[in-house]
Design a protein around this ligand. Structure first.
Ligand SMILES: [Zn+2]
Length: 419
């Protein structure tokens, strides 16, 4: 007598809702749980109190397009190959949303950034793909709520990408002045005309590259934008609660990259791999919550993607990327940028770091425990450098397709083109 194979369990019963929240331009060291003096993200802190907070999470790239492509595919920029806006993911690659849809997930993306309005191939696998320009977190949530209220029993994979902390730093009215010690000097009190006269993001600096205003002024406004994004996060979690889908959901929150404020001579993001550009918050709240855990070891936010696939019960082999709870995920962590004339890869072994300039083969080293702000060059670390080089040599790139991408003017508005 032969046994019948067991019936597939209904997806509703076996797979949790999975929510990935990405916040633009979010430096870990400007978030209270990561040691910042200002409580910029109380809602993220409350989520971390029910799950795992990663002290040292590294974004795979210091700017949106390659980093978000990595979060939505689970592979490094060197693998997916979207280093510039002139390349798109072809239909032949399998995105995380496609894997989720294949096992029955309802999939949706709500995000603010001009890249999402272009056909970069990132929409593959999303039944709902809702890109916006210029939306605040509140405005994004107004688009999100009707979608949530229309959900059936089917589990969903929901990605939210909030834009608020990205330059220009002009917080919504009710967040303006939240952290200002000297309100008369803040960016928030600048008139829209004054803002416009300063042009796009990088023109917040003077011709010689020095800051236009005091650093505190930038931080007051940037931190208020972070608080606005955190408010939106709390509001989105509340909206999940309103339909009874908050507590049972698997929720991951991270940043797509950080932001430089002249720590190493520049402002913005995209061209450097110092900590201010790539060290981002990372929190995972499992279904039902858990006792809080803080993981000190260095991890990649790509491992967040591997973890969300695990949470959905999907066995996926992602090249060079392991789930956060796999001990191997704490081995070599990488980030890279091949943008605006730069060709850099960085590798971390916990707090030992090497940055390799592929254009000339020169490497710099940093011991982040002794010198967390990377003020001095550390002693050479040949073992780490050889691991990083071996990683780079072992990469088998995916195919890419050419595309027009956003216009130069749109890229300038984002701060990615310097005049
Ligand atoms: Zn970004």
């Amino acid at each position: 007598m032969s046994e019948l194979p067991p019936a597939d369990p209904p997806v509703e019963a076996s797979r949790p809702d999975v929510v990935l929240v990405i916040i633009e331009t979010l430096r870990a060291d400007h978030v209270g749980d990561w040691g910042y003096a200002r409580d910029t993200m109380p809602n993220l802190g409350a989520l971390a109190a029910q799950g795992t907070r990663y002290e040292h999470a590294i974004a795979p790239a210091p700017w949106t397009l390659p980093s978000v492509t990595s979060l939505l595919t689970g592979v490094a920029p060197a693998v997916h190959g979207i280093h510039h806006a002139d390349k798109r993911l072809p239909a032949s690659v399998e995105t995380v949303a496609e894997r989720m849809a294949a096992v029955g997930y309802d999939t949706a993306f709500f995000g603010v950034n001009p890249f999402f309005e272009q056909d970069m191939g990132l929409q593959q696998g999303f039944a709902t793909w809702s890109p916006f320009q210029g939306h605040t977190g509140d405005a994004l949530n107004r688009e999100l709520r009707p979608w949530l209220q229309a959900r059936t029993e089917r589990p969903f994979f929901l990605v939210l990408h909030y834009y608020d902390p990205h330059c220009r730093y002009r917080p919504p009215a009710r967040f303006q002045g939240r952290f200002d010690d000297a309100p008369s000097e803040t960016l928030a009190v600048l008139s829209p005309e004054a803002y416009d006269s300063m042009g796009a993001c990088f023109q917040l600096q003077q011709d010689d590259g020095s800051p236009e205003l005091s650093l505190d002024t930038y931080f007051d406004a940037y931190d208020a934008e972070i608080a606005a994004a955190d408010h939106a996060l709390g509001d989105a979690l509340g909206a999940l609660g309103d339909i009874g889908r908050r507590d049972g959901a698997w929720v991951g929150v991270t940043g797509d990259h950080g932001e430089e404020f002249w720590e190493h001579g520049d402002h913005g993001h995209g061209r450097q791999l110092f900590e201010e550009s790539v060290h981002v918050p990372l929190v995972v709240r499992p279904p039902g919550g858990a006792a809080p855990v803080v993981v000190d070891e260095t991890v990649s936010t790509m491992s967040l993607t591997a973890s969300l696939l695990s949470a959905a019960g999907i066995e996926a082999s992602l090249p060079h990327v392991l789930p956060l709870d796999d001990p191997g995920a704490h081995a070599l962590v990488v980030s890279e940028t091949h943008h605006e004339g730069q060709d850099l890869v960085a590798g971390w072994h916990d707090r030992d770091k090497a940055i390799l300039d592929l254009s000339n083969g020169l490497a710099t080293f940093h011991d982040l425990r002794r010198d967390p702000k990377e003020r001095i060059a550390g002693r050479p670390n040949p073992k780490l450098l050889s691991e990083l080089t071996a990683w780079h040599r072992a990469i088998e790139p995916w195919p890419t397709e050419s595309t027009e991408g956003p216009s130069t003017e749109e890229l300038r508005e984002l701060g990615y083109v310097k005049d």
